[in-house]
Design a protein around this ligand. Structure first.
Ligand code: SAM
Length: 291
C-alpha cells in the first residue's frame, strides 16, 4: 500500500484510494479486508499483479479500466477502453429521468449510450423500455453485456449507428443524451487519464456542440406527446446548448439544471401537455394541435 501510494503520488489526485482499489483487485479481496489485514503478506504473483496495475495507473490509465468496472448510480458497470467511464455528474440527469418516468411503462431513447450506464440504470429503476444508439460497435457490445448482467436485457435495445438513424420512425416519451461535448482543442494530452478514453466519446467538434447541433435538428420528429428531453454538457457551453434547444423545441419549457456539485450540467426540456413534441412540417402539426 505504501509503495503503491508513493508511486501514484504525482499522477493521481487520490493516490491512497487508488492504491487500495488496485491492491484489492490484485488480491481478489474487498477493500475492507485489506484495511482489516494490514499485516498480511501477498504472494509473489499478487505483488507482481499489484505492481503492474500501479505502474499502469502511474502512466495515467483510469482506475476503472484497470479494474474492468465502474460504479454508477449504485451498480457496477463493465467498462474497457472502448467506452467512456460513466461519471458521477451524470447521475443527477438519471435521477431526473427516473422521477419523470415514475411507474409508467414509457419508451426512452438514450443517444450515445456508451457502456449503457444511463440506459441500463433507467431500465433497472423503472418499467420503461430503453433504446440506445452508439456509433461504436464495441460500445454497443458492452452496453448489451451490462444489460444482460443487470437483468434488464429484455427492456433494453442497443443499435450501432449515427445518432437517431437506427431508430427511424419511432417516437419516445423521454430522450436522454450525454454526447461528446469537449471542444476539440481542449481535449487534454497524456498522461491525463481522459486521453485513455475513446476520442469519439469526447470530441464535440470546434465548439463542443457539433453533435448536439445535429441531434437537435433531428430530435423533434422522435418526440411523443408530453415528452421530456435531457441533455448533458459542460458548464461553459450549457447556455449555448440551451439556446440550440430553444430553437429546436420552441414550444417546450426549457431549464438549465445543476449537477450534485452545484454546476450547471444538463438541459431539461418538457413538452407542452397534450401536444406532440414535434412542430415539424413533415408531420403536418402546428402549435396547439393535439394528437
Ligand atoms: C460522452 S460518451 C457518453 C457515454 C454514456 N452515455 C455515459 O453517459 O457514460 C458519448 C458516447 O457517444 C457516442 N457517439 C459519438 N458520436 C456518436 C454518433 N454520431 N452517434 C451515436 N453515438 C455517438 C460515443 O461513442 C460515446 O459512447
Amino acid at each position: 500500500m505504501a509503495e503503491g501510494t508513493a508511486l501514484l503520488h504525482d499522477s493521481s489526485t487520490s493516490p491512497r484510494a487508488d492504491a487500495l482499489l488496485l491492491l484489492a483487485h490484485a488480491l481478489h479481496r474487498e477493500r475492507e479486508w485489506i484495511v482489516a489485514h494490514g499485516d498480511a503478506t501477498p504472494s509473489g504473483e499478487e505483488a507482481q499483479a499489484f505492481e503492474r496495475l500501479s505502474a499502469a495507473r502511474s502512466r495515467g490509465v483510469p482506475v476503472a479500466y484497470l479494474l474492468g468496472s465502474a460504479g454508477f448510480y449504485g451498480r457496477e458497470f463493465l467498462v474497457d477502453e472502448n467506452v467512456l467511464v460513466p461519471r458521477p455528474e451524470t447521475e443527477h440527469l438519471v435521477a431526473e429521468a427516473i422521477a419523470f418516468i415514475g411507474n409508467r411503462p414509457l419508451r426512452v431513447f438514450d443517444v450515445g449510450t456508451g457502456s449503457g450506464a444511463i440506459a441500463c440504470t433507467i431500465a433497472s429503476e423503472t418499467h420503461a423500455t430503453v433504446h440506445g444508439t452508439d456509433i461504436s460497435s464495441s460500445a454497443v457490445a458492452i452496453a448489451n453485456e451490462n444489460a444482460r448482467r443487470l437483468g434488464v436485457a429484455d427492456r433494453c435495445r442497443f443499435y450501432v449507428g449515427d445518432l437517431t438513424e437506427p431508430v427511424r420512425a419511432q417516437r419516445f416519451d423521454l430522450i436522454v443524451a450525454n454526447l461528446p461535448y469537449v471542444p476539440t482543442a481542449e481535449i487534454p494530452s497524456k498522461p491525463d487519464p481522459i486521453t485513455y478514453e475513446p476520442r469519439e466519446a469526447l470530441d464535440g467538434g470546434p465548439d463542443g456542440l457539433s453533435l448536439y447541433r445535429r441531434l437537435l435538428t433531428e430530435l423533434p420528429a422522435f418526440l411523443a406527446a408530453n415528452a421530456m428531453v435531457l441533455l448533458e454538457a459542460a458548464p461553459p457551453i450549457i447556455e449555448r446548448l440551451c439556446d440550440l434547444t430553444r430553437n429546436s423545441l420552441p414550444h417546450f419549457t426549457i431549464a438549465v439544471c445543476n449537477d450534485y456539485a452545484g454546476l450547471p450540467r444538463y438541459i431539461k426540456a418538457k413538452g407542452p401537455d397534450g401536444l406532440l413534441g414535434s412542430q415539424s412540417p413533415s408531420i403536418g402539426l402546428g402549435p396547439g394541435r393535439v394528437e
